[in-house]
Design a protein around this ligand. Structure first.
Ligand code: PGA
Length: 238
């Protein structure tokens, strides 16, 4: 199917990287929305290796966090900590512009992030994982394609997923770029791996366009690219 790339076994990170490098090719200072979580780890490792061997250069990229947990900035399970580990380690990587979940005025902080993306000219690439419940960044089920950058209450499944790292302190809220900003990206790359994601990937790609599965709206983006491993693609049919 158009826009869907199935990675060969063991090749998920490199396939995601190929999609990302193709999306930024020829763009002088690409504005890139960056995800966290388990899904993109292989991509960041592949990108790090590509920079170190001269195949890629991220030094001109303008990176933005797509979301953050409503927890302490310094917590090792924060997205900030993830970027410190997987993004900042890449030679030449510029600091990620991030939400501040400890801001006294969360709404104002969301506005700051949103305006910063707009000032940068909008995202060239929105790089996204798909949540078990179909969320994109923290645009949880119920999010319309016009939903804006904002504070959100996390759904139970996101809290449970967060608990794998945060334990009992798993935050009940978060902040996220809105679907309006993410879906307006020149290229929207949605990544999914593993059998556990197969049903939600099938719902997003084959089901109705619906706020019940925010990832379904990625199909309507200007240039959607889905990077899946064989397990995540296993319920798509032919
Ligand atoms: P995961 O999270 O990569 O850790 O599964 C994806 C997401 O919830 O966005």
């Amino acid at each position: 199917m158009d826009g869907v790339r199935i990675a060969a076994p063991g090749d998920f990170g490199r396939t995601c990287l190929d999609a990302l490098l193709a999306a930024v090719e020829g763009i002088a200072r690409p504005v890139v929305g960056l995800p966290t979580g388990n899904t993109p780890v292989a991509l960041y490792e592949a990108l790090d290796a590509a920079v170190r061997n001269g195949r890629a250069d991220v030094s001109s990229w303008r990176p933005f966090a797509i979301d953050e947990y409503g927890g302490p900035r310094s917590h090792p399970c924060s997205n900030r900590a993830f970027f410190a580990r997987y993004w900042d380690a890449i030679p030449g990587a510029q600091p990620v512009e991030q939400f501040d979940p400890e801001a006294s005025d969360t709404t104002a902080d969301c506005r700051r992030m949103d305006e910063s993306v707009v000032r940068a000219g909008g995202l060239e690439v929105a790089l996204l994982g798909i949540g078990m419940n179909g969320h994109l960044a923290f645009n949880e089920p119920g999010s319309a394609p016009t939903s804006q950058t904002r504070r959100v209450d996390l759904h139970q499944s996101s809290i449970v997923s967060g608990a794998h790292c945060w334990g009992e302190a798993s935050p009940h809220w978060g902040v996220t770029l809105g679907l309006d900003r993410l879906l307006a990206a020149r290229t929207v790359i949605v990544m999914a791996n593993g059998e556990a994601k197969a049903a939600i990937v099938a719902a997003a790609l084959r089901g109705p366009l619906t706020p019940d599965c925010p990832a379904s709206f990625a199909r309507d983006a200007a240039r959607p690219v889905w990077v899946l491993d064989e397990a995540a693609a296993s319920l798509l049919g032919g």
